[in-house]
Ligand binder design. Sequence first.
Ligand SMILES: [Zn+2]
Length: 88
Amino acid sequence: MRIQQGLLEQGQKLYEQMSTEDKVLSDPVIWPFGMAMRIGGYTPAIENECLILRSCPICPVGKGNYSTKYQKETAVYWGCPHCQNITE
Ligand SMILES: [Zn+2]
């Protein structure tokens, strides 16, 4: 399923409010999507202080290696900032 548009808009708004210095350090695609996921109640899964990534099953091969592991309640989800899909 696609992430709700309203959540993405909130993430985008927060990105726009960041200082220029912070923006330089934050990817304009990945950061707003990650924030939208958090607002939607998805918590990024962390392993050895790193996000857990996999290639996205929906994006073209080699283009979507940023599908990120999230948890919501007891379920595991993967969110891709490029195609903006949340998959189980
Ligand atoms: Zn994707």
